[in-house]
Design a protein. Structure first.
Ligand SMILES: [Zn+2]
Length: 473
């Protein structure tokens, strides 16, 4: 018989947009999560900690680091309960058994690429065409839960907001005015097809000068009274316009650029902050225009969560989050990276979901979970079938989670500052002393108790149990 609670050895991805060194919460968890002496470098970005069986950075067994969790599950499929055979596996590791999700801690100091994750059909096509780049033939709906205050772009803002942005920011109107798709969209401002055509034209602008630049410069001069932008500024069309907008914010104060729009003062300032932040890292990238003038900018306070469906446009901007998604690492990128790294815009825009709606509709509820006893857990109502998430944070009382019919992976994000911290396998009657940052696999059918003072975030599969909720939070 094998243990039902198994400590894992996990590793981090060093994507360039991650927070660096001790700014990244991952360095806080890393030594215990990795289970080895992890030497952190203050200048290295620690973007994502992966807790998963996915072959792109698979977790291993802490007690036997030469063995992948996916191999162990292949030898002991009963640990996965109802999962085997239910969901597509990663193509690469198809001979092993998998949890149906990728669980991450993610940190970002600058915008991630403006991206979508292809739906199942497109993912299969892309994988067949280029299996190296698109490792999976699976979709990737995902949730983000804030660990620190978090800002991210997700989906298109409601039509009336987009229209008011386009009509009330003169620099933008002039900048886009030369595009046929701009006029066509404003003639029919609730047409998703016309919106897509305009967004495609903007994303297709390269970062070199185009015919639009000169006319935009004239307008900037007329509207703002500023002298013509310096010569080097003209290197990019989007760059000059965004710089002029930032100058106007600085000159006229917070809220100035979006003053005529439908955003309230708080929202205006948030978007202006995003405008500056994206310009700081991606000057000249036309994705700045798409993100700041067409999309929802969503702010999450710690504990709040949002959900992005397959094919949903998004770009996280700043903060540290829990991220949880279906078993895929496929992505299509259209902005906020080197021009040569952008994906085919035709495929991107064809697939891109275009259902403008308010930011609030991206947020998902957390509720008191009746599968928990004692101090209790909160469970997130994730629309995706493959995964859900619970959070335990009993300060002076322990929390017991009743058996689930699928697997769980939990990271311990806080333990009491004094005394012992434990989790208890109540099914087997064994107690484990734990430390902050450790990551555990918990088998289907296990009753687990998180000791007093232990805070844990846990990704799990159980399509029935996650509905067992009490009062709304
Ligand atoms: Zn994503």
């Amino acid at each position: 018989m094998t243990d039902h609670i198994i400590r894992l050895q996990c590793d981090a991805q060093n994507y360039p947009w991650g927070k660096e060194g001790s700014d990244s919460i991952i360095t806080d968890f890393g030594p215990e999560a990795s289970g080895r002496d992890w030497k952190f470098d203050e200048n290295t970005p620690y973007a994502e900690l992966w807790m998963t069986t996915h072959p792109n950075l698979p977790s291993k067994l802490y007690n036997n680091p030469s063995k992948l969790l996916s191999k162990h599950l292949d030898e002991h499929p009963e640990l996965l309960g109802a999962v085997p055979g239910k969901f597509p596996k990663p193509v690469e590791g198809k001979n092993d058994k998998h949890v149906p999700f990728v669980f991450k801690i993610l940190t970002c100091k600058q915008a991630l690429p403006l991206q979508i994750h292809p739906d199942k059909k497109l993912a299969a096509e892309l994988h067949a065409r280029d299996p190296k780049k698109f490792a999976d033939a699976n979709h990737k709906p995902e949730i983000a839960v804030a660990l620190t205050p978090f800002l991210g772009f997700a989906g298109f803002a409601p039509f009336d907001r987009i229209e008011s942005n386009l009509r009330s920011v003169p620099e933008l109107a002039q900048f886009l005015g030369g595009l046929g798709s701009y006029t066509e969209y404003l003639d029919d401002p609730t047409s998703a097809d016309k919106l897509k055509a305009l967004v495609k034209d903007i994303l297709a602008m390269n970062q070199k000068s185009s015919g639009l630049v000169e006319s935009a410069k004239d307008t900037i001069k007329a509207v703002t009274g500023l002298a013509e932008p310096e010569k080097e500024r003209g290197g990019g069309d989007a760059q000059g316009v965004v710089r002029s907008l930032i100058e106007r914010i600085e000159r006229d104060g917070p809220g100035a650029v979006f003053a005529g729009t439908m955003w309230n003062q708080e929202q205006r300032q948030r978007i202006e902050k995003a405008l500056k932040k994206t310009q700081e890292f991606y000057a000249g990238d036309p994705g700045i225009i798409v993100a700041c003038f067409f999309m929802n900018l969503i702010e999450l306070t710690p504990g709040e969560a949002m959900y992005v469906q397959e094919d949903g446009l998004h770009a996280w901007l700043d903060g540290q989050i829990i991220e949880l998604m279906a078993n895929s690492d496929d992505v299509l990128n259209a902005a906020f990276l080197e021009p040569g790294e952008k994906d085919d815009l035709n495929i991107f825009v064809d697939a891109m979901r275009c259902d403008p709606r308010p930011a609030e509709t991206y947020k998902i509820k957390r509720q008191r979970w009746t599968m928990s006893e004692g101090a209790g857990a909160e469970v997130y109502q994730v629309p995706a079938e493959e995964f859900s998430l619970y959070h335990v944070a009993g300060e002076s009382t322990s929390t017991t989670i009743k058996p689930l019919n699928g697997p769980t992976i939990a990271i311990l994000t806080s333990v009491p500052s004094s005394g012992t911290a434990t989790i208890v396998d109540k099914t087997a009657g064994s107690t484990i002393d734990v430390k902050k940052g450790q990551v555990y696999f918990i088998a289907a059918g296990t009753t687990v108790e998180f000791g007093a003072g232990v805070e844990a975030w846990a990704a799990f599969y159980d399509d029935q149990a996650r509905e067992q909720t009490g009062d709304m939070k």
